[in-house]
Design a protein around this ligand. Structure first.
Ligand code: NAD
Ligand code: NA
Length: 395
């Protein structure tokens, strides 16, 4: 079939297999171009199909030469109905990993459930014995807690006061004022349930108990801080409360792993266009200004540049350069004073009329479509493609 983007608000309902594969190939080529990394050899990535998790899987495999198991929740294709992009990404990843002689298997299901944890543990036991690195990169709007059976929904709201600021509809370029009502106590608790650290800890507990964590195993999860501008809706909002919990959980897991020389660390990553971040009000406007500035300064990075640098210059460099809270800061270039000062300047004057000039609205929009395999250089979108693509290990 011919597959075209079909957008509804912040989501795109279709994805292009060839475009997704080209994205994966581009990421593999980037990692290979940066040279080998002396790192983990057996890696579990939870949330491995898109964004930072996919970049982590690619860097583990093609940077460190690692065997990888990837867990994700993606929609399989059927005749006439394209898969979700993470499905096509994972199919392409496995194909290229296998061609390179690398072990790669995937598990498609709810990572929050006990069943998928057990399935993953069984696969590790059978195929790898143990893993030495666990990347936790889930982003989800909902979680069913397996202990209570309760389904929680996360929200993106400020805490305490109404937050009003500028935002942009990145499809139209229309800059407007949004006001977001503050969260209730329940909203906060639910968001922490979904995006906090409880599930990360449950994974590590279950893996340790099953004996599938190697001596000295490490685990990393991803967080975000961002500028003052977005603080009310991000770091001091409901999602920030969840990130506080995630970061606290790192210390808790490290204590639990101390006897086997293991550790858990949070890496604070840069703001990027992903399916998750497109849905947060105010953030797209911030990102479009940030992109313009960072590209002009030659310091722009996507997920793969971020994660390759995380592995090469932090995790496996011998010095993680932790901040005062024990976090890795790979958001260091985003947070540079000169970069943030320029964002502030542009933010103050941003309007519908000038945004395409002072901001990188096109970069934002292109990145958004790229997530779904569209507008990828070198892909012939007029060509007929088979939408039914199998992930080799799931076939
Ligand atoms: P993403 O949406 O691209 O990836 C989410 C992954 O989680 C996918 O692989 C998806 O399949 C998987 N997933 C979701 N629900 C699942 C479930 N129930 N079971 C199994 N898998 C499931 O998100 P991302 O932007 O790469 O975010 C990953 C992490 O990085 C998050 O913790 C996020 O907060 C953090 N982060 C994001 C940004 C940003 O700007 N995007 C910046 C810093 C940190
Ligand atoms: Na991810």
């Amino acid at each position: 079939m011919i597959i075209e983007p079909k957008t509804r608000g912040f989501i795109c309902l279709t994805a292009h297999p060839t475009g997704c594969e080209q994205n994966v190939i581009n990421q593999i080529e980037y990692v290979k171009s940066k040279g080998a990394i002396d790192g983990a050899k057996k890696v579990l990535v939870i949330g491995a199909s898109t964004g930072f998790g996919l970049a982590s899987r690619i860097t583990s495999a093609f940077g460190c030469g690692a065997s990888t198991i990837g867990v994700f929740l993606e929609k399989a294709p059927s005749a006439g109905r394209p898969a979700s992009p993470g499905w096509y990404n994972s199919a392409a990843f496995e194909k290229h990993a296998h061609e390179a002689g690398l072990y790669a298997k995937s598990i498609n299901g709810d990572a929050f459930s006990n069943e998928i944890k057990q399935q993953t543990i069984d696969m590790i036991k059978e195929d790898l014995g143990q893993v030495d690195l666990v990347i936790y990169s889930l982003a989800s709007p909902v979680r069913t807690n397996p202990n209570t059976g309760k389904r929680h929904k996360s929200v993106l709201k400020p805490i305490g006061d109404v937050f009003s600021n500028k935002t942009v509809d990145f499809h139209t370029g229309n800059v407007s004022e949004v006001s977001i009502q503050p969260a209730t106590e329940d909203d906060i608790a639910n968001t922490v349930e979904v995006m906090g650290g409880e599930d990360w800890e449950m994974w590590i507990d279950a893996m340790r108990e099953a004996g599938v964590l190697a001596e000295g195993a490490e685990t990393y999860a991803y967080s975000y801080i961002g500028p003052k501008l977005t603080e009310p809706v991000y770091r001091k909002g409901t999602i920030g409360a969840a990130k506080d919990h995630l970061e606290a959980t790192a210390h808790k897991i490290t204590e639990k792993l101390a006897d086997m020389g293991g550790k858990a660390v949070v890496s604070v990553n840069k703001a990027l266009v992903t399916q998750a971040s497109s849905a947060i009000p105010v953030i797209p406007l911030y990102i479009s200004l940030l992109y313009k500035i960072m590209k002009a300064d030659g310091i722009h990075e996507g997920c793969i540049e971020q994660i390759q640098r995380l592995y090469a210059d932090r995790i496996y460099s011998g010095d993680m350069k932790l901040d005062e809270k024990g976090r890795i800061r790979i958001d260091d270039w985003e947070m540079r004073d000169d970069v943030q000062a320029k964002v502030d300047e542009l933010w103050a004057i941003a309007t519908t009329e000038n945004l395409s000039e002072i901001g990188d609205l096109k970069g934002y929009s292109d990145d958004f479509f790229n997530l779904f395999g569209f507008k990828v250089d070198g892909v012939d979108y007029d060509a007929d493609v088979n939408e039914v693509v199998e992930i080799p290990s799931l076939a």
